[in-house]
Design a protein around this ligand. Structure first.
Ligand SMILES: Nc1ncnc2c1ncn2[C@@H]1O[C@H](COP(=O)(O)OP(=O)(O)OP(=O)(O)O)[C@@H](O)[C@H]1O
Ligand SMILES: [Mg+2]
Length: 156
């Protein structure tokens, strides 16, 4: 990675001239040259009518989609052109998503779904297993057996 990822004085997020065009006939311009800066600690809501590009903007800001033009900086780091592996690292370390859907991995228990996040943060296997044990204890304390309350699809 390049850039001051750990520079706390950096803006949390910057979109500079971001456009997104979906191919088709005719192509759809979902975003047209959006420039916005969100500072660390700032709370921001994106509002607009249906189809105005909110989801597209959030997907690009969250590095889930790439813009057709323009730049995205996350905590001062320009993410344009970063390979998927590096983007996964940025998402794991810098971005939190709360989706409308759960997006759990169906083949995994809830316990393993939680621990998967640690994988992307580069936490070694032994440490992940220790974390799993702590999650299991918390599950028991919450009144459900860790493996059974963690089974799919009961967790949905
Ligand atoms: N994958 C896609 N292919 C083609 N057009 C798309 C695609 N995704 C979004 N669009 C179009 O881009 C525009 C912006 O869509 P987007 O989903 O970002 O809007 P939105 O503000 O989130 O809408 P809503 O409030 O309904 O969720 C719309 O015209 C939409 O039809
Ligand atoms: Mg939307």
């Amino acid at each position: 990675m390049n850039g001051p990822v750990n520079d706390d004085s950096a803006h949390a997020l910057e979109l500079i001239g971001v456009s997104k065009e979906h191919p088709g006939s005719p192509p759809v311009a979902a975003l047209r040259s959006v420039t916005v800066t969100i500072r660390s600690g700032e709370f921001t809501a994106i509002v607009g009518p249906s189809g105005s590009g909110k989801s597209t903007m959030l997907a690009i800001a969250g590095t889930l989609e790439r813009p057709t033009a323009g730049s995205v900086l996350v905590a001062g780091l320009a993410v344009d052109g970063l390979p998927d592996r590096a983007l996964s690292g940025v998402r794991a370390g810098r971005i939190g998503f709360v989706f409308q859907q759960f997006f759990l991995v169906p083949a995994l228990t809830a316990l393993d779904n939680v621990a998967t996040g640690l994988l992307y943060r580069g936490v070694p296997a032994a440490q992940r297993r220790r974390a799993e044990r702590r999650i299991a204890l918390a599950s028991s304390a919450a009144g459900c057996a860790p493996r059974t309350c963690g089974t799919w699809p009961a967790s949905a």
